[in-house]
Ligand binder design. Structure first.
Ligand SMILES: [Zn+2]
Length: 258
């Protein structure tokens, strides 16, 4: 599933490609997306990201929201082919923006309000340690579940939360409400540095992530624990473990993370 660095990669690539351009035609190919009308001849003013969602600002004041969810992909196409799993596209004078989605959980919708009114605080630009400390007070769920839920923090998924908690030295099973302000400070520091590095690497390709031009990311070469079960921890040499937490494979170092 694309997380914040992958969606931010798309956002940056879209800003350099489609901003200022007029949509010639928009076409829904999968009825499950519903009607997305009134896009023809609209000009795109900007593309922005909140958490894992993309928002296109259109010249009539409306907004187009795209959420890739499990398997959604955006691809820039200049040869007019019809790839498999194509659910929606918009065409411009010199190319098309394709929305591919094998599992069909992704959504595209036209809205009046900004996407920033939805979901929690963006993990990269709006979130701070003191806010997390306040929001987590008295919450008994594990810190990993708190960070992934999108209700309080938007943008993080399994890969980056595993990496962040390892960098911060905090066990994924610690109760969110028991963490100190110093713990949250370590988590936010790790969050910023890992997300910025992953964005520079255009995301993590451990399965099907590709950027707007079909290229793999490179952050998979920098992962400390994710998908490294049975291998030595890069910090202490102890063996990285994988256990399920709320049904999700969770990677951690039992020595570094307390
Ligand atoms: Zn370790």
């Amino acid at each position: 599933m694309p997380e914040l660095p992958e969606v931010e990669t798309l956002c940056r690539q879209l800003n350099s490609l489609v901003v200022g351009r007029k949509i010639k035609k928009a076409q829904v190919l999968d009825a499950r997306l519903g009607n997305i009308e009134g896009l023809n001849d609209r000009r795109i003013g900007a593309v922005q990201r909140h958490g894992k969602m993309l928002e296109f600002l259109l010249d009539d004041g409306s907004r187009l929201w795209i959420h890739l969810r499990m398997s959604g992909r955006l691809l820039w196409d200049t040869d007019g082919e019809q790839p498999s799993h194509l659910r929606w596209y918009v065409s411009f004078s010199d190319g098309r923006l394709l929305f591919l989605d094998p599992r069909r959980f992704g959504t595209v919708s036209r809205q009046k309000e900004t996407v920033c009114t939805r979901a929690g605080l963006d993990a990269l630009v709006r979130c701070g340690a003191s806010q997390l400390h306040a929001m987590s007070t008295a919450r008994t769920l594990p810190v990993k579940s708190f960070l992934i839920s999108q209700q309080w923090v938007a943008g993080l998924g399994n890969i980056y939360v595993c990496e962040i908690l390892h960098r911060a030295g905090i066990s994924p099973w610690r109760r969110a409400g028991e963490l100190t302000s110093a713990d949250w400070g370590k988590i936010m520091s790790a969050t910023r540095s890992i997300l910025m590095h992953a964005i520079c690497c255009r995301g993590t390709t451990v399965s099907d992530w590709r950027d707007l031009h079909g290229n793999s990311g490179e952050y998979q070469n920098h992962l400390a624990v994710y998908k490294r079960a049975g291998q030595p921890c890069l910090q202490c040499g102890d063996i990285v473990r994988r256990e399920r937490l709320h049904g999700v494979g969770t990677y951690f170092c039992p020595n570094c993370q307390q």
